[in-house]
Design a binder for this molecule. Structure first.
Ligand SMILES: [Zn+2]
Length: 300
């Protein structure tokens, strides 16, 4: 499957050009190939390298198991995931209300549109951006949402949005700094950028290492921690004003990781994963290093 792999030549956080091996992980959901993850020799930022060329990345999203962008309710863990997703949509919208004045929202990477649909029904003027043709089509036909392709982002007027959200999306975006700059230009001066990504500096990663499901190679090309996210935003004239936990992610990621590590699925992985997720969150209450973090970001 991996016809064209390309190595990272420059760190998007510090422009450093030396990289050291960090960990190697298997792609469990689509290709079954192994991918190297490296860390920047200068600032420590962690990235998948080599990685599929951007034009071929779509091939690694073609699986029924890749549920983040589809609605399939297959298997016990996926059912739990769907339930939690519905529950967490409400929490996400509450967070948005807390940090914004106006109600113009862009959800970048809106998938099949469940979050945007909820927001639209709760008074938001919504727009979605979704690169996946199937997901975008579903968002439009299921909910009547306004959803653009990735290439159409350049046609949007500047300073249009009060809030731009990226729920587990930035770790997939190839032109990282370029896209952050674009999103900044689309935000009003008092607008808020909300970025949720996995956090590899979590106790849960220490437990699962190469089996930690949130590495999700090669779809995740960037692997953030709090330091790299803050530096990346600062370089782009943005500031992380607060960091919030996503407590459900520890359970979901641990359940999937159990399956990868022990080859077990269903109830066994679910129970061991639930316990591991509980331990992960207990640990993170002391350190702040949850499995996934939500960064609330404003213009400097
Ligand atoms: Zn670096």
């Amino acid at each position: 499957m991996a016809e064209n792999l390309e190595s990272l030549t420059s760190c998007p956080v510090c422009s450093g050009q030396t990289f050291t091996p960090f960990i190697a992980c298997k792609d469990y959901t689509v290709s079954r190939g192994t991918f190297e993850i490296v860390s920047c020799g200068t600032c420590g930022f962690v990235a998948t390298s080599p990685r599929p060329a951007e034009a071929e990345a779509y091939k690694y999203y073609q699986s029924e198991d890749y549920i983040s962008h589809s609605n399939t309710r297959k298997g016990l863990i996926n059912k739990v995931y769907a339930w939690v997703r519905n529950h967490s949509i409400k929490k996400k919208e509450n967070l948005l209300k807390q940090y914004t004045k106006g109600r113009r929202l862009l959800d970048h990477g809106c998938g099949t549109g469940e979050f945007l649909d909820y927001c639209q029904k709760h008074g938001w003027d919504t727009m979605g951006l979704e690169p996946g043709d199937d997901a975008r089509g579903q968002a439009i036909s299921n909910y009547g949402l306004s959803v653009i392709k990735e290439t159409e982002i350049n046609s949007l007027e500047e300073k249009r949005f009060d809030a731009i959200t990226l729920w587990h999306v930035l770790e997939h975006v190839y032109p990282l700094n370029e896209r952050i700059q674009k999103l900044k230009s689309l935000l009003k001066d008092d607008g808020v950028l909300i970025v949720a990504v996995p956090n590899h500096n979590t106790a849960e990663e220490k437990k699962y290492r190469e089996f930690w499901a949130a590495y999700d190679v090669p779809r995740h090309i960037w692997h953030f921690d709090q330091t790299s996210m803050k530096d990346l935003m600062k370089n782009n004239g943005l500031e992380v004003i607060t960091v919030k936990p996503m407590v459900f992610d520890a359970y979901y990621i641990s359940m999937v990781s159990e399956g990868y590590k022990n080859g077990k699925g269903g109830l066994v992985a679910m129970l061991s994963g639930f316990w591991a997720g509980f331990i992960s969150n207990s640990h993170a209450r002391g350190t702040g290093e949850y499995s996934s973090l939500i960064y609330v970001i404003k213009k400097l």
